[in-house]
Design a protein around this ligand. Structure first.
Ligand code: NAP
Ligand code: HSE
Length: 432
């Protein structure tokens, strides 16, 4: 058994990289015992070398030149914690080409290029692991790749973005509007200065593409995932949802059937008594439906320096143990490339529709006719008087199951009615 240290090169030492650097130092003895040799930090790439850092580093290992990492023969495992597509993708690719193993938390790169990187790694006889790219500290990639491998995965449903779950929880609990809650989330450091990827559902769509690819052993690209964000939700949507017995959550859902794979991210009404409706704050939860195990729920921290460090180090330890015991990397995933991706228009579900209308006799009948003509059946309707002077009312409809294609047409036709001032929101209902 080799006792010489395994060299680690860190690309990025921000929130997560800082946690990894500190933990490598603080848990050095424990990690050495687990692996059979020490893990030595041999190089750390950052953008700004002058920035004050909380972590104590060995002299001379901080650099702003990526070549110092790739050309360092003492580095066995590159840990990419920079984020974003560029230059992270090139750096991961370069590490593989240099024969270095890679651990990454980068969902964007793994969603777009994961299968290609895994193949390149196989060619070079190295490993690329990415547990931290989805659900932070909550294990979900390894269970899909190892523990559940004898199952056929039927569906994935989850809350995989902590920032939006925090915003939605505050909106539900405090009756607050979206803009004010987002500002608070930014002040508290949960939402980034540019929150677009989180609030538009893009971050969740990257993560769902990764999960769906692993679960269905088919190449599901980020562009195959339909996504809609949370920016249109208002305090009134939460109030009506609550009256109707629902919570509102940004859900990531992927299903596989004979007709193909469908993957979608959007805010949805979920019955308040479902487990997923009770996942609050920055927490994540992923439910897996599999043929042998039935339903499984993975629930926990989806972000944060230490939870994410836990996932990164699990991957590092896995690779380091293989190096120590000279075990060849396991074969890469074999993925089907010709899976049919089902369009959102093929979805069938129930819908919540909130409309502002003229408040006079016959309005509900006109709305009902538009829906009826498209074979959409109303399950319930609540009418609230909103503005006496403007003679406007707010109507909230819940439909029976209907097709997405019909519902999208209905929204266009409702918007064109003289008696409809606006279709305030259309939210899909998810029950399982
Ligand atoms: P972060 O705090 O913004 O840190 C990024 C680090 O990368 C910084 O040290 C930065 O250098 C360095 N960096 C960025 N661009 C660089 C470039 N072009 N050249 C050299 N260095 C560069 O990011 P983070 O929150 O730790 O996230 C890292 C990764 O983990 C991302 O992929 C993220 O999606 C993922 N992740 C994060 C969390 C979380 O809780 N934060 C959870 C799960 C996954 P400077 O320090 O000099 O600025
Ligand atoms: N922005 C992400 C979230 C961080 O809010 O879940 C973890 O990937």
């Amino acid at each position: 058994m080799s006792k010489s240290p395994i060299g680690i090169g860190l690309l990025g030492m921000g929130v997560v990289g800082g946690g990894v650097a500190s933990t490598l130092d603080q848990k050095r003895d424990q990690l050495t015992a687990l692996i059979g040799c020490p893990l030595d930090l041999k190089g750390v790439l950052v953008r700004d070398a002058a920035k004050p850092r909380a972590q104590k580093l060995p002299h001379g290992i901080l650099t702003t030149n990526a070549e110092d990492i790739f050309n360092n023969p003492e580095i066995d495992i590159v840990v990419e914690l920079m984020g974003g597509q560029d230059p992270a993708f090139d750096y991961i690719r370069k590490s593989i080409d240099q024969g270095m193993h890679v651990v990454t938390a980068n969902k964007e790169v793994m969603a777009r290029h994961g299968p290609d990187l895994l193949l390149a790694a196989q060619d070079r006889n190295v490993q690329v692991l990415f547990e931290a790219s989805v659900a932070g500290g909550t294990p979900i990639i390894a269970p899909l790749m190892r523990d559940l491998v004898a199952n056929e995965i039927i569906g994935i449903r989850g809350i995989i973005n902590g920032t939006t779950n925090y915003i939605l929880t505050r909106m539900a609990n405090e009756g607050a509007d979206f803009d004010a809650t987002l500002k608070d989330a930014q002040a508290l450091g949960y939402a980034e200065a540019d929150p677009t990827n989180d609030i538009e559902g893009i971050d969740a769509s990257y993560k769902l593409a990764i999960l769906a690819t692993l679960a269905f052993r088919a190449r599901v690209r980020d562009t195959d995932v339909f996504h809609e964000g949370i920016t249109k939700l208002t305090a009134r949507d939460f109030q009506y949802a609550d009256e109707l017995g629902y919570a509102i959550k940004l859900l990531a859902i992927a299903n596989s059937s004979e007709d193909g794979v469908q993957a979608r991210v959007y805010p949805a009404l979920v019955p308040q008594d479902m487990m997923i409706a009770k996942v609050d704050g920055v927490l994540n939860a992923v439910e897996i439906e599999a043929d042998l195990t039935g339903n499984l729920l993975f629930h926990g921290a989806g972000a944060g320096a230490l939870p994410t460090t836990s996932a990164v180090l699990a991957d590092v330890i896995d690779i380091a143990r293989n190096i120590v015991s000279s075990v060849a990397p396991p074969p890469s995933l074999s993925l089907s490339d010709d899976v049919r991706i089902r369009s959102m228009l093929e979805l069938e579900t129930r819908y919540y529709v909130r409309l502002t209308t003229t408040d006079r006799p016959g309005v509900l009948a006109q709305v009902g006719t538009v829906l009826g003509d498209l074979n959409i059946s109303i399950a319930s309707a609540i009418q609230k008087e909103m503005d006496d002077q403007a003679k406007q009312a707010e109507i909230v409809l819940m439909t029976h199951r209907a097709s997405e294609a019909a519902m999208q047409q209905a929204i266009q036709r409702l918007n064109a009615l003289d008696v409809v001032a606006e279709v305030g929101n259309m939210i899909r209902v998810e029950e399982w």
